[in-house]
Design a protein around this ligand. Structure first.
Ligand SMILES: [Zn+2]
Length: 348
């Protein structure tokens, strides 16, 4: 199937510097672009112009004081936390990343595009309601999800996060709401320290937050198990109108920060399962947001693989659920038991 796939990309993203020697650097996006250019994939993508997110759009997710603080440091250098620094171009990049994501999602919901990938910097999933953290200033995916929920044609949104780090900002944003189902697969224990299995959501949102805390060294087979036998059946029961993906590529085996063993072919498999799932449950409406991924080849090949899968290319894939390691089988059973009052998973 050939799909109309959009990308959100802006040269201004590259004016954001998190500091000399910082792993979240402009070369990451350059690597993705070079790989997409080299085999002609870039020409097959439709570019969606970015714009600055408005204060109103940002304040649906973030405290006014936080929004104003990020805006106030425009053109300056500022230290938000030990590893989250702003350079003179950071505010502009962060506003365009959040606004560009909204534009991309709207084009997919309007049917102008089949799917999309916001190739943005800075990333967003660690940004909390009231503060920047973990290289993130505004929570791009959460801002886009809140904007989408304003529309009459969107009642339920599934947010999946395969970045090696727990998407703490996203979980906390939607913890108490059953209209947003958040699923994060991540290394645990690891930065930022959150993401336990027993954090299943609060109040009305109980059962609508699923954490998959994988052990160090988890790879393609284990991710495939949770995609095929947990995400797919849960999504069929949830019936989302839209699927959003926090696509970090720091679970890649080459990544210098993560400790996981996912291959490029493993990301191809997860992307394939998600595209098929989106076709089945929500008319294909799937939009990815770039999060982490700090090896230039790992993030470049990974993002290219997701985009080519969206375009309908047939790629080599890896992930065999008959080869899952014992700790992850145990984790699956524990998760199945924990979520039994809410969701029916496939039995392994
Ligand atoms: Zn990450």
């Amino acid at each position: 199937m050939t799909r109309k796939v959009g990308v959100c990309w802006d040269a201004a993203f590259q004016a954001h510097s998190a500091g000399v020697g910082h792993p979240e650097r402009a070369e990451r996006l350059n690597s993705i672009r070079e790989i997409l250019d080299a085999d002609g994939t870039w020409e097959r993508l439709i570019q969606v112009p970015t714009r600055r997110a408005t204060k109103e759009e940002l304040e649906r997710c973030h405290a006014r004081a936080h929004v104003e603080q990020v805006i106030s440091v425009e053109g300056k250098s500022h230290m938000f936390d030990a590893d989250t620094h702003a350079s003179p171009g950071t505010t502009e990049a962060a506003l365009l990343a959040a606004g560009g994501g909204i534009e991309l999602v709207n084009k997919v919901l309007d049917g102008e595009l089949s799917q999309g990938f916001a190739l943005v910097r800075p990333p967003g999933h660690h940004a909390e309601h009231d503060r920047a953290m973990g290289f993130c200033y505004f929570n791009n995916i959460a801002v886009a999800a809140r904007a989408a929920m304003q529309r009459d044609d969107v009642q339920r949104i599934l947010l999946i996060d395969w970045d090696v780090h727990h998407g703490n900002g996203t979980q906390h944003q939607f913890d108490e709401e059953k209209e947003f189902l958040c699923i994060s697969l991540h290394q645990y224990p690891f930065y930022p320290g959150t993401g336990r299995l027993r954090d299943i959501g609060l109040g009305e949102g109980k059962g609508y937050n699923i954490n998959v805390p994988f052990g160090h060294g988890t790879g393609d087979h284990e991710f495939a198990l949770f995609f095929e036998q947990m995400i797919v059946p849960v999504a069929r029961q949830f019936q989302p109108d839209l699927i959003l993906l926090s696509a970090g590529y720091d679970a890649h085996q080459r990544d210098p920060l993560g400790g996981m063993k996912v291959s490029t072919e493993g990301f191809a498999h997860m992307s394939h399962v998600l595209c098929e799932l989106a076709d089945e449950v929500c008319g294909g409406k799937l939009v990815a947001f770039l999060e982490g991924g700090y090896d230039l080849q790992g993030v470049g090949q990974g993002a290219a693989t997701t985009l080519k899968t969206m375009l309908g290319d047939t790629l080599e894939r890896s992930g065999d659920i008959s080869k899952v390691n014992a700790p992850s089988l145990h984790l699956f059973n524990e998760l199945q038991e924990t979520f039994a009052p809410y969701w029916k998973l496939k039995r392994v």
